[in-house]
Design a protein around this ligand. Structure first.
Ligand SMILES: C[S@@+](CC[C@H](N)C(=O)[O-])C[C@H]1O[C@@H](n2cnc3c(N)ncnc32)[C@H](O)[C@@H]1O
Length: 298
């Protein structure tokens, strides 16, 4: 029986010090991780008919850049749940035909290999996604026919994801991405980065524009929305059309903010698509009818 009294019972990989019921490592998460899975599953469900055109022909590809061990345990609840990559794999309707999973941690990769061992279409690699992505995109660009790609991008924090990786993925024609934008961690760390010309946020956003005078003023005024606006500009610059980055009729990125029990922003989820009609219509309707009113924008 677990006895989660604090974060201290996590191991150095952020996994629970006690193995899961299948005797494999499980990632230790807060209850808010369920919100992420809720939105991921809702989107995969709602977009199934659009995906079916591709999956019926073997052309739907799922990419998970930060896959984890495949299972988590909700801290204090002793509740085990599948991670996002396994949830995507276990879909009955319009399933993906190929799954690519990356994780930098060998323990997680080994656990994920065991948990997916019954599926022959899973390709799992251990390493830095920001490096592994280059070969994967090269391989996927080699297919001449139309394929649909969906990337689930769920890092622990901004240090793990570089905008160059998004730029690589954006080379694929049909490329939807669900991106975990770690706004909480960014807010906490801005004071550490403000005086450093080279810093994690530059790499995460792919630009140092956040350091412009007027933007810094907004950040000091706690208007963090500017960071999401800069991210949107960056996505436009790598070929995502304005219409695929729209929140309803407003001119802002379609984000849903996930908060902790103290109502603090932990992260935002952003859906980006090159499909200017369907994908954003689906996402917009999902984030309006959210879990328990989490959808308000930060
Ligand atoms: C938030 S967890 C992933 C949770 C998982 N997506 C899920 O749905 O259960 C982030 C994962 O990213 C991995 N990671 C951290 N830095 C990485 C990097 N540069 N490349 C690949 N994986 C990385 C960690 O080992 C960790 O398992």
């Amino acid at each position: 029986m677990r006895n989660c009294k604090s974060d201290n019972c996590k191991d150095k990989n952020s996994n629970c010090s006690i193995l899961g019921s299948d005797s494999l490592p499980v990632q230790c998460v807060g209850s808010w991780a369920e919100d992420k899975y809720f939105y991921l599953e809702k989107y995969l469900n709602a977009s199934r008919e659009a995906r079916r055109k591709f999956s019926d022909r073997g052309n739907a590809v799922f990419i998970d850049l930060f896959a984890g061990p495949g299972k988590c345990v909700i801290r204090y609840e002793d509740k085990e749940i599948d991670g996002g990559g396994i949830k995507a794999l276990n879909r009955d309707e319009a399933p993906f035909n190929e799954y690519y999973y990356f994780d930098i941690n060998e323990t997680n990769v080994k656990a994920l290999e065991k948990r997916t061992s019954k599926s022959s279409n899973c390709h799992i690699k251990c390493g830095d996604s920001n490096v592994l992505i280059n070969d994967l995109v090269k391989k996927l660009l080699g297919y001449r026919f139309n394929r649909y790609h969906f990337a689930y991008i769920d890092p622990f924090g901004p240090d793990a994801l570089k905008f160059n990786t998004i730029r690589e993925l954006a080379k694929l024609q049909r490329m939807d991405m669900l991106i975990h934008f770690p706004i909480g961690a960014i807010k906490r760390n801005i004071p550490n980065w403000i005086d450093k010309p080279n810093n994690i946020l530059n790499e995460f956003l792919g630009t140092n524009k956040w350091r412009d005078k007027s933007n810094i003023k907004m950040i000091y005024d706690k208007t963090y929305r500017i960071l999401v606006d800069i991210y949107k500009e960056q996505l436009l610059s790598v070929g995502y059309p304005e219409g695929g980055l729209k929140f309803s009729e407003e001119d802002i990125l379609p984000v849903v903010s996930v908060k902790n029990t103290k109502d603090r922003d932990l992260y935002a989820l952003i859906l980006v698509s090159k499909d200017i009609k369907l994908a954003q219509k689906i996402w917009n309707s999902i984030i309006k009818s959210n879990l328990d009113g989490q959808g308000s924008l930060f």
